[in-house]
Design a protein around this ligand. Structure first.
Ligand code: RB5
Length: 149
C-alpha cells in the first residue's frame, strides 16, 4: 500500500517507529514531516497529508501528534477526509469497517509504540463493510457539501 505519514514535534518519535514498521511490511511510505523535535504547528502537517489522501495519491494517511487530537481535527477540515483517533485496536477495526476512515491519528503521549503498531496493523488490514455504513458516510458527505461551497 501507499501510505502518507505526518506529525508535529509531539509525534515525531512514534512516527519513526511506524515508518520502520511500514517499510518492513513492504509498504511505500512518504513522510510529509516534521522531522524535528522543535516546536511546530500540527495543521501544517495535517493539511498536505489530508490533501494527498483525498487526491487518492495514497491508500491511507497516518498522522501523529502528542494526543492525536489536534492533528485529526485539522485533517477532518479537508472534505473527503475521515480521520479517526484510535488508542485501541477495537476502535481501529471498527472505524475501518463502519466509517471507512482514510486517516488514522495517534497520540505519541497516549499510546506506547507496541500498541501503536498493533493499531496501525489492524487499521490497514480491515476492510470497509459498506451497505448501511455507506448511507451514513453519504450523509457526512452531504454535510460537507452544505458547508463547503
Ligand atoms: C503540542 O504540544 C501538542 O499540543 C500537540 O502535539 C497535540 O497534542 C495537539 O493536539
Amino acid at each position: 500500500m501507499k501510505i502518507a505519514v505526518g506529525s508535529d514535534h509531539g509525534g515525531v518519535e512514534l512516527k519513526k517507529e511506524i515508518k520502520k514498521y511500514l517499510v518492513t511490511e513492504g509498504h511505500e511510505v512518504k513522510d510529509f514531516g516534521t522531522n524535528s523535535t522543535e516546536s511546530c504547528d500540527y495543521p501544517d502537517y495535517a493539511l498536505p497529508v489530508a490533501e494527498a489522501v483525498v487526491a487518492k495519491e495514497f491508500d491511507f494517511g497516518i498522522l501523529i501528534c502528542g494526543t492525536g487530537i489536534g492533528i485529526g481535527i485539522a485533517a477532518n477540515k479537508v472534505p473527503g477526509v475521515r480521520a479517526a483517533l484510535c488508542s485501541d485496536t477495537f476502535s481501529a477495526h471498527a472505524t475501518r469497517e463502519h466509517n471507512d476512515a482514510n486517516i488514522l491519528t495517534l497520540g505519541q503521549r497516549v499510546v506506547g509504540p507496541g500498541l501503536a503498531l498493533d493499531i496501525v496493523k489492524t487499521f490497514l488490514n480491515t476492510e470497509f463493510q459498506g451497505e448501511r455504513h455507506q448511507n451514513r458516510i453519504d450523509k457526512i458527505t452531504e454535510i460537507e457539501k452544505k458547508y463547503y461551497k
